[in-house]
Design a protein around this ligand. Structure first.
Ligand code: 13P
Length: 250
C-alpha cells in the first residue's frame, strides 16, 4: 500500500543547461526504478527539466512555493504558476528555509495548504537540531512540526502529502542518522499522523528520510520499516550516485 518515493533536492545548484544534461544522464539509469522518482529543482530550471524528463519516469518538483494565489509578493512563485509549468511536487519547510529565510511552522502550514489546493504533491520537511536532540526533545518536536504542518489538511488531501524527516545535524554534514535513528524519527512522524488522522492514514503515508543519504548508506536506511524513501541533497547532483540510491528501493 505504501508508496516509496526517492526525491532529489538540488538546492541552489545547476543552470537550465546543466539540469537538462543531468536529467538526460539519469533517465536510462532510473528507468527501471521500483519507486517513484522525483527531482526538485530551482525555479529557473523547471522548464528545461520538465522538457528533459518528458516521456521518462522522472517527475519534476519545485523547492518552495508561496502561500498566496497572486499579488504584490515580489520574488515569489504561486502554486498555480508551478502546476502550469508541469511541476507535480514541491518541497515545503526545508530546514535551510527555516534557518535562513524565516520559515515558521505557520508558514509551512500555509504553503502546504496552498500546494495541496492547487493539486501539487507536498514534500513537507521536519527535523530536529543537534541541540534539540541532545535535550531529549526529538519526539516532541517532530510530532509538533508534523501536526502544525498538517493543520486543516483534509483526509483526502493527506494522500498527496509526503513527510521527509531530515535531522538538521545530518544535512550536508556527511553525518547520516543510523538506520535505527532514521526509523525512530520516521516512526515519531507516523505516530503524529496517526494521532491526527488515524492508524490507517498513518500506515499509508509515505515518510522519507533525508540527511547525507547516499549510494553507500541508502540500502540500509530504506530497508527499515518506517523509511519509505529518501530526500537526497548532494547525491542527487550525480547521476550514478542518485541511481544507486533509487535502486536501494527493492
Ligand atoms: P544532503 O543529502 O546533501 O545531506 O541534503 C539532504 C537534504 O537536505 C535534502 O533535502
Amino acid at each position: 500500500m505504501r508508496k516509496y518515493v526517492i526525491a532529489g533536492n538540488w538546492k541552489m545548484n545547476n543552470t537550465p543547461a546543466e539540469a537538462a544534461a543531468l536529467i538526460e544522464e539519469m533517465k536510462p539509469l532510473v528507468a527501471d526504478a521500483k519507486c517513484d522518482v522525483v527531482l526538485c529543482v530551482p525555479f529557473v530550471d523547471i522548464a528545461a527539466s520538465v522538457e528533459a524528463a518528458k516521456g521518462s519516469n522522472i517527475k519534476i518538483g519545485a523547492e518552495n512555493v508561496h502561500f498566496k494565489a497572486s499579488g504584490a509578493y515580489t520574488g515569489e512563485i504561486s502554486a498555480e504558476m508551478l502546476t502550469a509549468c508541469g511541476v507535480e511536487y514541491v518541497v515545503i519547510g526545508h530546514s535551510e528555509r527555516r534557518q535562513y529565510f524565516g520559515e515558521t511552522d505557520q508558514t509551512v502550514n500555509l504553503r502546504t495548504l496552498a500546494a495541496l489546493n492547487a493539486g501539487l504533491k507536498a514534500i513537507v520537511c521536519v527535523g530536529e537540531t543537534l541541540e534539540q536532540r541532545e535535550l531529549g526533545y526529538t519526539e516532541t518536536l517532530l510530532k509538533y512540526q508534523t501536526k502544525m504542518a498538517l493543520t486543516n489538511v483534509t483526509e483526502e488531501q493527506l494522500k498527496n502529502v509526503i513527510i521527509a524527516y531530515e535531522p538538521v545535524w545530518a544535512i550536508g554534514t556527511g553525518v547520516t542518522a543510523t538506520d535505527d535513528q532514521a526509523d525512530e524519527g520516521n516512526g515519531f512522524v507516523r505516530a503524529a499522523v496517526a494521532e491526527m488522522f488515524g492508524e490507517k492514514a498513518a500506515e499509508e503515508i509515505t515518510v522519507q528520510y533525508g540527511g547525507s543519504m547516499n549510494a553507500k548508506n541508502a540500502e540500509g536506511l530504506l530497508a527499515k520499516p518506517n523509511v519509505d524513501g529518501g530526500l537526497i541533497g548532494g547525491a542527487s547532483l550525480k547521476a550514478e550516485d542518485f541511481s544507486v540510491v533509487v535502486h536501494g528501493v527493492k
